[in-house]
Design a binder for this molecule. Structure first.
Ligand code: PEP
Length: 252
């Protein structure tokens, strides 16, 4: 764990107008200025320019919530990784469960988007996680392992340095139901061992594996204290500066 930098990333989802984004970022800046972990905010496309402007010279990094796999073309309403990097956006979330659930994202398209983001020089927050029925069927580790393997197809060991994996049990996202710290640690550890088999121990040991799913100021310390939990991907609690800052503090 000491080998890995903790990363706390906010996922704003489809929230915040530009004035609201500005207020949140201004509130957040002083609260996380002394963070010992990396701090990322992933914001709607419409807020990227605002976020980049307001975080210049600070320790807050900016990410998008998705990107397309093609460099350009007839893909109405999509945004390419190159469009993001040209703006200065460093991070991108790929394969969030809401994309998988509501927008037809598959393991194969996740892999294509991961490839495109890496080719553009971005850092990827790759989300994997099981549905409630899959956990009940006892296939959590297989599902998360398979999602990880397919998403990483064609990714070299060198490129893996630009990947963070976020374990996000779908039943815990936005539900207020958090995985226990032992459940999170167990699956994060499984993901790390899958990565070890695909690459090697050094690569797996260096990989940041986050937990996401109703992480908040009250439960962050317990979750982040676990061996394989190297940070968090935060939805709801990233929308309020004091809540997000408390999670950042718990990771520091
Ligand atoms: C997420 O969407 O990545 C997430 C973890 O959401 P929440 O924290 O609201 O459960």
């Amino acid at each position: 764990k000491a080998l890995r930098k903790a990363v706390i990333a906010g996922n704003w989802k489809m929230n915040k107008t530009r004035p609201e984004a500005k207020a949140l970022i201004e509130d957040l800046k002083p609260l996380v200025a002394n963070a010992a972990c990396d701090v990322v905010i992933c914001v709607p496309y419409t807020n990227l320019e605002t976020a980049l402007d307001l975080t210049k010279g600070t320790n807050i990094k900016v990410g998008a919530e998705n990107c397309h796999w093609a460099a350009s073309g007839a893909f109405t309403a999509e945004i390419s990784a190159g469009m993001l990097t040209e703006m200065g956006v460093e991070y991108v979330i790929i394969g969030h469960s809401e994309r998988r659930q509501y927008f037809g994202e598959t393991d194969v398209t996740v892999n294509k988007r991961v490839r495109a983001a890496l080719d553009a020089g971005m850092k990827v927050i790759l989300c994997v996680g099981e549905l409630l029925e899959q956990r009940e069927q006892g296939i959590t580790e297989e599902i998360c392992g398979l999602q990880t393997k397919i998403a990483l197809q064609g990714v070299t060991k060198e490129e893996l340095k630009n990947i963070i994996i976020a374990y996000e049990p779908v039943w815990a996202i936005g539900t207020g139901k958090t995985a226990t710290s032992d459940q999170a640690n167990e699956v994060n550890g499984t993901i790390r061992s899958v990565v070890e088999k695909l690459y090697d121990k050094a690569a797996a040991d260096a990989l940041t594996v986050q937990y996401g799913g109703s992480m908040n100021a009250a439960n962050a310390e317990e979750l982040l204290g676990k061996e394989h939990v190297d940070g968090g991907l935060i939805g709801g609690a990233s929308l309020k500066a004091p809540d997000f800052a408390a999670i950042v503090a718990a990771a520091s």
